[in-house]
Design a protein around this ligand. Structure first.
Ligand SMILES: [Zn+2]
Length: 436
């Protein structure tokens, strides 16, 4: 074993004893108290991030035509909700495209889970795919239990779940002290009446004052229910630059009715509301997680999600801890600069591990040169399938150990500092910042 490998092995071994926090995950369906669906091999792949590579390699979008009966579920997988088996047919539609993406990390990291958890070595998926598929499906038959078992196996101390959308924290999730939740106030920001209803019921909100009171209530109720932070995913829909808008301007748009507002009018209202949400994050002392960088899926506009758009919010709300997601990839240098400049900015590598391991290593390597290690959150799975989170954590630990071993080898860190950093970025920072 070379010097680098032995340092890496030493760090990995120490990391096994650390309390890991999964900073961001969506494991909703698999944690429902009642098992709603089983997962077979076609679903295992098609519901993963590899979806976007499958589509960009030519899989027709129609493959993902949504089901009318089951929300968030492509029609092609209805059979999983109905206890039937149509995996042969679905696999034959997917297989040609899976072959085209066999080089991408979205595909390859999933092999880690299939190998470790199902003993599967054949990455090409010959005749034996069905046997594997049946194994995966059998495990998922009791999926809350299976998800918890995997958590046990990986020594995950806490998972910050993002499962409720704009609404009170979910009570359908199995009760387990390891799970904490964030909720989104995006529905209030965009003026999405259906989402706001989750908090206020059918009560009509006639004035902007009433609307802001409803937002107060939503914060009050969420924090009382144990929510540990607020999340915004608006980078999927719009540029994340939120200008300061005078209240009267937002009020005018609200009075006239948001549906009738022009694009610019809507933007005024949203910008105004984002500031109102930030004020309440400060008042209620809850960290604010913001999606920046690459959006899942296809066809989006990456420049909308550049984390530097957030600069004015970071400056204006020094009491709000902003958790800048996904390392801002591909703008990971910019995200690092924000965490360097602003005491209230944190950089979060959730999802980034399996977007690009090379970028992750580069990002972490540089962040550790320019940002206090107490402001880096290293990992979050960001999945709906628990095996995917397993694979991502294994990959993350490897990448982190590699970066730290390199720093020890080059003499820039002592082993003691490397292990302190690992403990901090894998969990202790989150325990501190989110009060876990
Ligand atoms: Zn996510």
């Amino acid at each position: 074993m070379g010097r680098l490998s032995s340092l890496k092995a030493e760090i990995l071994e120490a990391m096994d004893g650390f309390r890991v926090v999964d900073h961001h995950d969506h494991l909703r369906e698999v944690l429902f108290k009642r098992c709603l669906m089983e997962i077979d091999l076609p679903f295992f792949f098609a519901r993963g991030y590899v979806r976007s590579d499958l589509v960009s390699s030519g899989l027709p979008d129609s493959f993902y035509e949504p089901s009318e009966d089951y929300p968030n579920m492509p029609k092609v997988f209805s059979y999983l909700m109905e206890g039937r088996d149509e995996s042969e047919k679905t696999w034959s539609r997917l297989k040609p495209y899976l072959e085209r993406v066999r080089n991408t990390i979205y595909y390859r990291y999933l092999l880690i889970a299939l190998r470790d958890l199902y003993g599967f070595e054949d990455e090409g998926f010959g005749e034996n795919w069905k046997e594997l598929s049946d194994k995966v499906r059998a495990k998922s038959r009791d999926n809350p239990k299976w998800a918890l078992e995997l958590m046990e196996k990986t020594n995950i101390h806490r998972v910050i779940l993002d499962v409720a959308g704009t609404g009170p924290p979910s009570t359908e999730i199995v009760e387990d002290e390891r799970f904490v939740q964030v909720v989104r106030m995006d529905g209030f920001i965009t003026g999405d009446a259906n989402a706001v209803k989750n908090f206020v019921g059918n009560e009509p909100l006639k004035t902007l004052d009433e609307y802001l009171e409803a937002l107060d209530d939503a914060f009050e109720r969420s924090v009382k229910a144990g929510v540990v932070g607020i999340k915004s995913g608006l980078a999927y829909q719009r540029v994340i630059e939120y200008r300061e808008v005078p209240r009267c301007k937002a009020e005018r748009v609200f009075k006239k009715g948001l549906e009738k507002a022009s694009l610019e009018g809507k933007r005024f209202f949203q910008d105004f509301m984002m500031h109102e949400v930030c004020k309440r994050c400060s008042e209620y002392r809850v960290p604010f997680q913001i999606h920046t960088g690459i959006q899942a899926g296809n066809y989006n506009t990456i420049r909308n999600a550049d984390p530097t758009h957030l600069t004015n919010l970071l400056r204006k709300y020094p009491d709000v801890k902003f958790d800048i997601f996904h390392g801002g990839y591909p703008y990971f240098r910019e995200a690092g600069i924000l965490a360097k400049y602003f005491p209230n900015a944190y950089v979060d590598g959730c999802w980034l591990t399996h977007i690009s391991p090379s970028a992750y290593k580069e990002a972490l390597n540089e962040w550790l040169e320019i940002v206090p290690a107490t402001k880096i959150f290293a990992w979050g799975g960001d999945h709906v399938i628990p095996e995917h989170t397993y694979a991502s954590l294994k990959l993350a630990k490897n990448l982190i150990a590699e970066v730290l071993a390199q720093k020890v080898l080059s003499g820039s860190f002592s082993m003691k500092t490397a292990l302190w950093v690992a403990g901090r970025i894998m969990g202790e920072n989150a325990v501190e910042v989110y009060g876990l």
